[in-house]
Design a protein around this ligand. Sequence first.
Ligand code: SF4
Length: 350
Amino acid sequence: MKLSRPAAAWVRSARTLRIGARVLAARVGRQAVPPSVTFILTHRCNFRCAYCDIPAAAAAELTAAEWCQVLDELAAHGLARASFSGGEALLRDDAIDVIAHAHGLGLQTSLNTNGWFTAPTLDRLARHLDLLVLSVDGPRAVHDDLRRRPGSFDRVVEAIEQARGLGLAVATITVLTPHNLEVVEPVLELAARLGFFAYFQPAHADCFDRAPGLAAGLDARVLRDVATRLRAARRTGLPVGASPGYLDRLERAPHFSRCEDCAAGRWFATVMPDGTCVPCHLTSQQRAWPNGRALGFAHALATLPRPLVGAGCAISPYVESDLLFGLDPRAIASAVLRLRGAPVPMPPHG
Ligand code: SF4
């Protein structure tokens, strides 16, 4: 069903305000379970992107029935936002059933996907999603090369157009490597034309361990330049997703922040495909983390140990969550701006 723009914005606002209430409850100590959790349904993927080692970690996965039980349990303990990711989550035939279950519980839902399987399922997905997050690594040639899949860019654009036509909010994440640093402006032009907010983040050397640092060739000078260009693009009206606080952190590379101070594990957390509960996937190698199957997910997440010492990261959703749940006023202002809906599509510049 297609909602009108004001109705869709109202529904998004109501769910987001609910998260705000849950965060405040968590901050005054009345709730122990993080209000926002990312559920990684699978590490399997149909792509083998140049910068990603996630598919090599594919192993045991909870069944759809188990994921639904997890959602029931966490919703009863104050979960407000469920983000679904992979690997490629839509490789699972039952992914939409799980997302629909979360939405039916009143949770704010989002899905990160590479867009390959999105178009045939979007009518159904749109009924259960508050936000669709697609990977866009550049214009067609760059994207298809980094994703090692001809035709993948065209499928993403098709998915964006279809989603926007259904009134679904869309955001994209562009993973920056030394081979696609020039795509920032073209992706923002695409975002302005199709009506979505574009986020950018640097590739890490190891997707499960922040200790090895950023991908080779990404250094402080390079990321300061990216931050400067994103600020300049925002001044011209292009739909930069990052909040000012994210750009500040990007400029501090490679010491973005302090993992031990991060809200990961407290106000947001991640559940791996086998039920292991971690603050974030970049800390998943730091220690033996609890598994919710053994302990119960509410207990495992409520008693999650803090991340060990680390120099932070520039993973876009994590940093924005850290800033937002840390009550950074500029991150809150950016979130409020998002509540007003997607950017209005503009004709191409020039
Ligand atoms: S800053 Fe937070 S989200 Fe990023 S690696 Fe450290 S603990 Fe994880």
